[in-house]
Structures are given as C-alpha cells and as structure tokens.
Design a protein around this ligand. Structure first.
Ligand code: AMP
Length: 286
C-alpha cells in the first residue's frame, strides 16, 4: 500500500493504471476509520483491481460553528486499517493543496442541498459536492463507493454526477451498525458510554417507523414522526431531536400521506446527544 499526498504525482499514477486497463474503485473518507468505512473498502476490493481510499477532513463542508478543529484524526491508525483492508493507495492531500488560494469555483446541486440536513447546515453540501468532484477529477475512478449512512449525500452526489455527465458508476453500501443499532460514525468517539448505549434508540425508532409503514398501520407521516420523537426522548431523556423527516429518496420532497406514495421512502433524522449531532436514516421500498 502507498500513501500519497502530492496531487500531481497521484494523478499520474492513476492515469497509468487506467491506461493499463485496471478497474479503479474509490472511497472518499474523512478518516478516523471504523468498521463502517471498512465495509466500503471490502466491497470496493471485491469489485476492482485497484482500490483507493482518500483521507481528507474537508474544511469546506464544515460550518463556522462546527467541529472542524476537533474532528478526530489519527493517520497512523487509519494507515493500519487501510492496509489490513487491502487498500492499494491512500490519497492524503493537505488542505492547502486541495484548495489553492484564489480558487473561485464551487459546485452546488440546487434545491436538494437546501433540504433536510441542508436546512441546518447551510453550505455543507456545496462543500461535499465540490470536494467529491475534485477527487473524481483527480482519480477518474470506475466506481465511487458511498455509504447509505449519509443518505442525502448519496442523493446529491448521484444528481451531480448525472447532471455533469460523469461516467463513474456509484455503489451504495448499507449502514454498518453497532450491536445496539447505533450507526457507526467517526463522531461517535465524542459520546460517553452512557450516550452510546442510549443512542441505540435512534435505530429502534427508525425500525418502528418502517414496521408501521410497511404494515400500513399508520399512513399519516406526522403521526409517525411524533411517535419516533417520543420513542427517542423516552429512551434517551437527555437527547434532543432536531428533526425527523419523511421524504421521497430522489427529490427529497416531504410525503404527508403515505398511503398515496409509491416508491422509495427515506426516513431521516438528526438527534443531539449533548453537543454531538448524530444522523441516521432508513429506506423503505414501498
Ligand atoms: P466519512 O468519513 O464520515 O465522511 O464517511 C466516508 C464514507 O463512509 C461516506 O460515504 C459515508 O457514508 C460512509 N460511512 C460512514 N459511516 C458509515 C457506516 N456506519 N456504514 C456505512 N457507511 C458509512
């Protein structure tokens, strides 16, 4: 495995691999790797000749009052995890090289970026779309691997790739969870043991909603959202639900009457445990 920070030499290596007919998979990450990331690495490895993971805590996707400076970082640990997972290259650029002074270009996927998470994290998805496009341009992979954990990111990147004629294929990997259902996340390191245990209630609420929708027991979205909030706040009294939303999984439009909707339903939410903001989601194929 090689760890490369220099953009130009990395781009040249990728060009060479492509010319020699190798199938390249790419998994963008912000590091502090966990089993969720590893599930993407292993899937990518199955499907390609060369597997690239990037580790880059992307400043442009953090809001002013967010956790950019405290975001967990440990490159030696990440190196070990990548090596053990069979990654061929870690791309580990510096922020100064990725964003040169004087850059004036960013990518925004209109409308989709302002909904759900975008309402609470203005500018976040422009940062995400811009860095993913930059990385795709540097690597030009055959397949991009993203986790279902970040459902809105998947929807937005898919739309960006479609709109900008990017030929890379996308594979979405299911959310990898702790035994109690808590979705793995680098930010879980901010949680106390008690919070981690209690946070399992988020997945319980998502499953509760899924069961009610699949069985058609409840068809009014607002009622499901209210019950989910109750489940979370009674299981984790110190948590604070920021939002629960029920939308379609393409345009992210609210669904009110579930009995009338056919297609993929996305239930997504954000919950605070202390100052830690957790997001999670579930998809129901109706
Ligand atoms: P991050 O390092 O948090 O930016 O995540 C990098 C990639 O890993 C993204 O595509 C995430 O959606 C994905 N990912 C993060 N956590 C999980 C998880 N628990 N299960 C599956 N994929 C995940």
């Amino acid at each position: 495995m090689k760890l490369i920070s220099d953009i130009d030499s990395f781009q040249m290596m990728m060009d060479q691999h492509r010319r020699s007919g190798k199938k390249i998979s790419f998994i963008p990450t912000m590091g502090y790797l966990h089993q969720g990331h590893v599930s993407l690495f292993l899937k990518a490895k199955e499907k390609s000749d060369i597997t690239i993971a990037s580790i880059f805590v992307n400043p442009s996707q953090f809001g002013k009052n967010e956790d950019l400076s405290s975001y967990p970082r440990d490159i030696s640990r990440d190196y070990f995890i990548c090596e053990r997972s069979g990654i061929d290259y870690i791309f580990y650029p510096s922020a100064g090289d990725m964003y040169k002074p004087g850059e004036r270009t960013s990518v925004t996927v209109n409308e989709l970026s302002d909904k759900l998470e975008g309402e609470y994290r203005p500018g976040h998805f422009s940062g995400v779309a811009t860095i993913v496009l930059k990385l795709l341009n540097i690597i030009n992979p055959d397949i991009l691997f993203l986790g279902q954990k970040d459902a809105q990111q998947v929807v937005i990147i898919k739309k960006m790739m479609e709109d900008l004629n990017i030929k890379t294929k996308m594979e979405i990997v299911p959310t990898y969870r702790e035994k109690n259902g808590l979705a793995m996340s680098s930010r879980n390191t901010y949680l106390t043991e008690k919070e981690k245990n209690e946070a399992g209630v988020i997945y319980k609420a998502l499953q509760y909603a899924k069961d009610r929708i699949v069985s058609k027991e409840i068809t009014v979205a607002d009622e499901i959202k209210k019950q989910m909030t109750d489940i979370i706040t009674s299981g984790a009294p110190d948590s604070k639900v920021q939002y629960v939303s029920i939308t379609d999984n393409k345009n992210l439009d609210m669904i009110e009457d579930l009995s009338k909707y056919k297609g993929e339903i996305l239930i997504s939410l954000a919950v605070y445990f202390g100052r830690t903001r957790l997001i999670d989601n579930i998809i129901i194929r109706n």
